[in-house]
Design a protein. Structure first.
Length: 343
């Protein structure tokens, strides 16, 4: 093609025209996205209210035209219906200060959501104990990506330094944290989950005799796991997932809490709705830990003697960790022929 012909194709007027067409398309997509946000929010509220939830908010605004859609609302309250204390979907309410959700106009399947300010929680535990507390500040960030059909492709959650302020005499088990993060990535039929929590401040009264062993701060909790047959769990819930190839495998988990320092892995499926699998726990300095449990009165003299005899013959690794293999089957947790717990 000659230089003159090229100039004829890429003229300034044509470029301006194409730019205008592009802007018109983006603007049309923005208005479509805004309409979907408003309509979807109204339908979600209506659906929840039909199930007995009470929802109020200070209005919904959508800004960012034309390149992003930013939905903002404040003074949001959600109250769940009353019901069976064992049902986690009942007997609680939340008050949220400010929520903002944002997506680029050209990528409407990717969203970031953040909460800023104080969050108030009003709840009852399975025993009927009533808790009301503020989370100050509740700086929460969530990001998600979805496929065209609506299935989740990835999600991220993080929450930085927060303090929990009880408003009744009943005090929740956790009074603060320094950092919590979680990520989920779906690859085919498997979801990869990683979670990290650091420096959770635990109320001493909830620990009882274990307080001398654990102390008031859970220094670190980590999990790197895989969920098999994720689509079944996402679409049909936990019960269906358990009955149709559900499997939960941890490549790594770690708990560091006072004198307890454990790393391990597990592979758990389900038989007749009951967990069935193997858990490995590599416990650091296990014999001194058993001595501490005995002094605290958590282990009786006979149990402590049996534990020392059993763990004394196991060879720790270079880091001083002793590996235990636990079998989870028939509603029991066993180490070899010994039943440690029945559930």
């Amino acid at each position: 093609m000659s230089r003159a012909a090229k100039k004829g194709v890429f003229t300034l007027s044509r470029l301006i025209f194409l730019a205008c067409v592009g802007l018109v398309c983006i603007a049309a997509l923005w208005f479509f996205l805004r309409s979907a946000i408003v309509k979807g929010t109204a339908q979600t509220i209506q659906s929840m209210e039909s199930e007995g939830y009470q929802i109020a908010h200070g209005g919904l605004s959508v800004t960012g035209f034309p390149f992003s859609a930013t939905a903002h609302s404040s003074d949001i309250s959600v109250r769940a219906p009353r019901g069976d204390l064992q049902d986690m979907t009942k007997n609680w309410s939340l008050q949220l200060e400010q929520i903002t959700a944002k997506s680029a106009t050209l990528t409407p399947l990717s969203w970031t959501v953040e909460h800023r300010g104080t969050m108030r929680v009003d709840m009852r535990d399975p025993t009927g104990q009533h808790y009301v507390f503020n989370i100050e500040p509740a700086n929460i960030n969530i990001s998600t990506r979805q496929a065209l059909g609506g299935a989740l492709k990835s999600a991220h959650f993080d929450m930085d330094v927060a303090r929990i302020k009880p408003l009744l005499n009943t005090v929740p088990s956790v009074l603060g944290l320094e950092d919590v993060q979680a990520d989920l990535v779906v690859n085919g039929h498997t979801a990869q989950i990683t979670m990290r929590a650091r420096d959770l401040n635990i109320v001493d009264q909830t620990l009882g005799p274990l307080g001398a062993i654990l102390g008031p701060k859970l220094a670190r909790a980590e999990l790197d796991a895989r969920v098999q047959n994720w689509a079944a769990l996402e679409q049909y819930g936990a019960q269906y997932w358990q009955q149709n190839g559900g499997r939960f495998t941890a490549l790594f988990w770690h708990i560091k809490w006072g004198k307890i320092d454990i790393v391990g892995d597990f592979d758990i499926g389900f038989e007749n709705g009951s967990p069935d699998g193997i858990l490995h726990a590599n416990i650091k300095d296990i014999v001194p830990l058993m001595d501490s449990l005995s002094r605290a009165g958590i282990l009786g003299p006979t149990e402590a003697a049996q534990a020392r005899l059993l763990f004394g013959v196991l060879q720790p690794d270079a880091e001083g960790r002793t590996e235990l293999e636990l079998i989870i089957r028939d509603h029991k947790i066993k180490m070899g022929p010994i039943t440690l717990m029945q559930f």
